[in-house]
Design a protein around this ligand. Structure first.
Ligand code: SAM
Length: 214
C-alpha cells in the first residue's frame, strides 16, 4: 500500500477528518454546491470523486440528488456510509482508469480537496468527460498555482511529508478544452493548511459543462 493511501486509511485520520476540515476553513463543499446550484435538479445522479467522509455529497443529498462516491480509502468510505447520504460507494483508485461507471451514467460530477494530491489530473478529466452526460456539470476545486504554492510543495502530515501539487488556470483551461468542457464559473478561496492561519493555500473552484463533442 502506498504511503498516501495508508495516511488516508489511518483510523486517526478518518476519525479526526471532519473536525480538521472545520479548523482548515474548508469551504469547498459550500462553494462547489453553490456554483452548481442553478444547473442541478432533485433526482439527478452526481458522482463524487474522492468522496472522503461525504462532506460535499452531503449537500447534494440534502438538495435531493443521488450521490455516488468513489475513494481509495476504505476507512473514509466506511465513515461516509455511516452518514447515510450516498446511494452507492465504490473503493477505487482514481489513478486507475477506466473508472467503474458506464458511459453517460451520471448527470454531474464533483471533485473537491483531491486534485492537490495528484501531479497529473488528466485521467480525472478524461473519465468525467466519458461518465457524465451531455450538458452535465463538473465542479472541482484545486490548489491554484500562485505565489503561495508553485508546482509541488512539501507539507508535513504527522510523521510523513506529503506533496501538495498546484494546477494553474491555463493548465485547467487546456484540460477542459481537450476533454470538451465549457468553463462556466470559477472562484478563489483560501484554506488554512493543517488548520494554521499563517499557512494559507489559495484554492480555485471551477464549474464546467460537458459539451460531449465526439
Ligand atoms: C482531503 S480528502 C477530501 C474528501 C472530500 N472530497 C471533502 O471535500 O471533504 C481527499 C480524499 O481523496 C481520497 N483520495 C486521495 N487519493 C486518491 C486516489 N488516488 N484514489 C481515490 N481516492 C483518493 C482520500 O482517500 C480522501 O478521502
Amino acid at each position: 500500500m502506498d504511503k498516501i493511501k495508508a495516511l488516508f486509511n489511518s483510523p486517526e485520520h478518518v476519525k479526526g477528518y471532519d473536525l480538521k476540515t472545520r479548523k482548515a476553513n474548508w469551504l469547498g463543499p459550500e462553494i462547489l454546491f453553490g456554483l452548481c446550484f442553478r444547473d442541478i435538479c432533485p433526482g439527478e445522479k452526481i458522482l463524487d470523486l474522492g468522496i472522503g467522509t461525504g462532506l460535499i455529497s452531503e449537500l447534494f443529498h440534502k438538495a435531493g440528488l443521488e450521490a455516488y462516491g468513489m475513494d481509495f480509502s476504505s476507512g473514509m468510505l466506511k465513515a461516509c456510509a455511516e452518514k447515510g447520504i450516498a446511494v452507492e460507494l465504490k473503493e477505487h483508485d482514481l489513478r486507475n482508469i477506466p473508472y467503474p461507471y458506464a458511459t453517460d451514467s451520471m448527470d454531474h460530477a464533483v471533485c473537491g480537496g483531491v486534485m492537490h494530491i495528484f501531479e497529473d489530473i488528466s485521467p480525472i478529466f478524461k473519465e468525467v468527460s466519458r461518465i457524465t452526460r451531455k450538458n452535465g456539470i463538473f465542479a472541482f476545486a484545486c490548489v491554484d498555482h500562485n505565489a503561495s504554492c508553485t508546482g509541488k510543495t512539501p507539507i508535513k502530515s504527522g510523521q510523513m511529508t506529503a506533496m501538495v501539487y498546484s494546477h494553474d488556470r491555463a493548465a485547467i483551461e487546456k484540460l477542459l478544452e481537450v476533454y470538451h468542457f465549457e468553463l462556466l464559473n470559477s472562484l478563489e478561496f483560501s484554506v488554512f493548511m493543517q488548520g494554521n492561519k499563517n499557512h494559507q493555500h489559495i484554492f480555485q473552484a471551477y464549474t464546467a459543462r460537458n459539451l460531449k463533442v465526439k
